[in-house]
Design a protein around this ligand. Structure first.
Ligand SMILES: Cc1cc2nc3c(=O)[nH]c(=O)nc-3n(C[C@H](O)[C@H](O)[C@H](O)COP(=O)(O)O)c2cc1C
Length: 186
């Protein structure tokens, strides 16, 4: 696959087959993620992997009321409350795997590095025939200090990019892009 075709063809996938994503596949994606550039090559990222679908469903059920309680300050439209109250709405779109990319330091560049690693991971997933989607709705949950002992995540880590992975059941159409605002100076 040409790189530009991969960039054009990657989509946020929200419908998955139940097929397991093998550990070796996830390792390959993480190995692609860490090829991203990072400030002073510090590579201040860490990865949490969850492959237990029942656990993801439990977390989805826990996250929905949390997001609902803070909806007014979340930047989400008030109409999203209906979606969050819908028992059929699964935050992780019933994906079989989740990788959360954490900044492992307070360094202000660390979270930027993690975003670059996230795009690498999503593009690598696409190149390997897997779907992915960044689940920002779950970021607060994975960043919650009270949750970290149960997740096995060190207290100093900060959740940046929760990304679901799986074999796509449906590929969405490409959402349109706005014309970029570009200032040409000189
Ligand atoms: C920071 C961030 C947070 C996102 N959070 C969610 C989310 O919680 N749930 C979801 O279904 N999609 C989420 N998305 C996916 C976007 O909705 C998606 O990238 C956008 O609609 C463009 O579609 P595309 O990725 O297929 O190009 C998120 C994307 C980003 C970059």
């Amino acid at each position: 696959m040409e790189l530009i075709d991969g960039i054009r063809g990657r989509r946020s996938v929200r419908a998955y087959l139940p097929d397991v994503v093998e550990r070796s596949e996830i390792e390959a994606l993480i190995n692609a993620a860490i090829l991203a550039p990072s400030a002073v090559n510090q590579q201040l990222w860490g990865f949490l992997v969850i492959q237990d679908r029942a656990l993801l469903t439990r977390y989805s059920d826990e996250i929905k009321p949390r997001v609902l309680a803070t909806l007014a300050h979340s930047g989400l439209p008030p109409s999203f409350a209906g979606t969050l109250r819908d028992p059929g709405y699964h935050i992780f779109h019933e994906a079989p795997a989740l990788v959360v990319i954490y900044a492992t330091s307070e360094d202000p560049f660390a979270s930027i590095d993690c975003c670059l690693a996230a795009e690498n991971l999503m593009l690598a997933a696409h190149a390997r025939g897997l779907g992915s989607c960044w689940i920002g709705l779950s970021q607060g949950f994975f960043d919650d200090e009270a949750m970290k002992p149960a997740l096995g995540v060190p207290p100093g880590w900060h959740a940046v990019a929760p990304i679901i992975l799986g074999h796509a059941r449906e590929l969405p159409a490409a959402p349109p892009r706005r014309k970029p605002e570009v200032i040409w100076r000189g």
